[in-house]
Design a protein around this ligand. Structure first.
Ligand code: FES
Length: 103
């Protein structure tokens, strides 16, 4: 099932926003060099929101709680204390709307 998240204009370049979804944890939508990426928003180490509390530098998001880092393209955990990757979703961009496919 395709789920609409936001308009492309809602996400500024080099920034991220949190999107709440009914019945599941929120996702984070990122815009880097004009490209969009989507991951789960909740850090895999604790319960921090990456979009609301983290910092984005290039394709790396840093969790503000304990400085864990993830690559938003692959979800790879880049440094301790995070060792569990974060889930990523291919961003579907159509008519200036960003969506993801959810089962
Ligand atoms: Fe994100 Fe600990 S909660 S690094």
């Amino acid at each position: 099932m395709e789920v609409k998240l936001c308009a492309t204009g809602d996400v500024e370049e080099a920034s991220m926003i949190q999107i709440s979804l009914p019945g599941r944890l929120p996702v984070a939508v990122y815009r880097v060099e004009g490209e969009f990426f989507v991951t789960d928003d909740t850090c895999t180490h604790g319960k921090a929101s990456l979009a609301d509390e983290g910092e984005l530098e290039g394709h790396c998001v840093t969790c503000s709680w304990h400085d864990g880092k993830f690559d938003i393209r692959t979800g790879a955990a880049l440094c301790l204390p995070c060792n569990t990757p974060i889930r990523t979703y291919p961003a579907i961009v159509r008519d200036d709307v960003i969506s993801i496919e959810l089962e």
